[in-house]
Write a protein that binds this ligand. Sequence first.
Ligand code: SF4
Length: 315
Amino acid sequence: MLRRYGQRVHKITVSADFTCPNRDGSKGRGGCTFCNNVSFNPSGRRPPGIGEQIASGRSVIRKRTGARKYIAYFQTYTNTYADVSRLAELYDQALAEADVIGLAVGTRPDCVPDAVLDLLAAYQQRGYEVWLELGLQSAYDDTLERINRGHGFADYQSAVRRARARGLQLCTHLIAGLPGENALHCRTTLERVIELGVDGLKLHPLHVVKGTQLANQWRRGEYRPLSFDEYVQLAADLIEQTPREVIFHRVTATASPAILLAPAWCSQKWSVLNRITRELRDRKATAARGVSDSGFSSAQDCNRSPDRCRALAGA
Ligand code: SF4
């Protein structure tokens, strides 16, 4: 973003009050085994309008990071799960804000009909920054079934081919530490994703949160999350395996302490990020990639050291 726009660009998360076909019965019921549906909307109230959400996100992010340009990130639930005319209305509301330069739309691979892809491609052709974010998690159908995703790898293949035929930028979400999987599964999933073509990746360790089927499996001793060291090693392996031009949008994730059950280290985003960076440096990746330990402990640190932040972004 720094290279492309000459300045920091920050995502503002918006919720458009969608639901998910894996919850309402059209694809499945109960949702993915790790998904705490309540955590998307703890108040249970309808979210405010898109413009209002952007205004409140902007005021926080601008103070915290100094960013002046934003991407509206439609994150919660399945953000293509509506009529195309309704989607256009919502996306247009976000893009009506002068400092919003694009959209990131998170969805499921089985929920992107051609008409939706055409709509997103039209925004891109008008000069907006558009990212389609597909939740794949694993390329193994038996894993997808085990976690009750309600789609298979073939759905992802079809979505990717159709999105790439339209020139859309694609970011794929992957999870490490899924039940029944080991490091080899993760590496093979990544290999298959790269083979098909991808522009960005989001990786995070599976964490157990309250109110999920996974929490019950964890309590019964049927699921063991990755340890901190296991995740750091695996994340570094996957980063090294990834071609340089594919951008990692995220290499860990956190959950609110109010709902996080395990592993506890998932609550410490910056220590995970710094350990992965250090691991890469220790593997002598630094010289090849120009990556250095950020030494940051918060986004404010990043903002206070824009040159180092820029150096990292350029790495
Ligand atoms: S597809 Fe996404 S929103 Fe739907 S149940 Fe799974 S994780 Fe939750």
